[in-house]
Design a protein around this ligand. Structure first.
Ligand code: SF4
Ligand code: SF4
Length: 163
């Protein structure tokens, strides 16, 4: 898995133009059953993928924290939201709360998340490959295929399946 993750940015870069073309076409005309196809591709891929062997998302890109995430996680730590924010978060260029540093503070050496039950929504949903109207987040997906081996494989499978 580690070799795969190491090579992923280059592999994603090699596929970038092809992927971009594919998503441009998909945005113009998506199959009617795209949500269904994505759910199937997502489920098949994650049956084979062990995120605990990877954790590359947690190591390289932190999630956004919504106000609801902050309230829930602060409560978990028995902190006031403002205390949680000053201890762990910063505001980024887009005015969102993000982690002060990556790898994520809550990631253990065994790749387990210490706040798994209350983790941010963005972590629960990453890499968003089972999202409805998947074509609408193609710019994000073009970036995610360089981080997430599962997203990379799903996009490759999409290109085989949707001509
Ligand atoms: S979601 Fe993707 S990047 Fe994150 S741990 Fe799973 S396979 Fe790795
Ligand atoms: S909160 Fe948990 S799931 Fe989210 S990035 Fe940190 S370790 Fe990963």
């Amino acid at each position: 898995m580690q070799d795969l993750i190491k090579n992923l940015p280059k592999q994603a870069n090699d596929k970038h133009n092809e992927n971009k073309k594919f998503f441009t076409k998909l945005k113009k005309k998506a199959p009617k059953n795209l949500d269904y196809i994505m759910q199937e591709l997502h489920d098949d891929e994650f049956k084979k993928t062990d995120c605990l062997e990877c954790a590359n998302c947690c190591k390289t890109t932190g999630p956004l924290f919504t106000d609801k995430d902050v309230d829930r996680i602060a409560k978990f730590f028995r902190l006031k939201p403002q205390q949680f924010i000053s201890q762990y978060l910063r505001i980024d260029e887009e005015n969102d709360y993000v982690l002060q540093s990556v790898p994520c503070t809550f990631l253990g050496a065994d790749n387990y998340c210490s706040i798994y039950e209350v983790r941010p929504k963005a972590c629960r949903e990453f890499p968003h490959t089972d999202r409805k109207k998947f074509q609408q987040i193609s710019n994000l997906t073009l970036k995610n295929v360089a981080i997430c081996p599962a997203a990379f494989n799903i996009v490759e499978e999409m290109k085989n399946r949707i001509k």
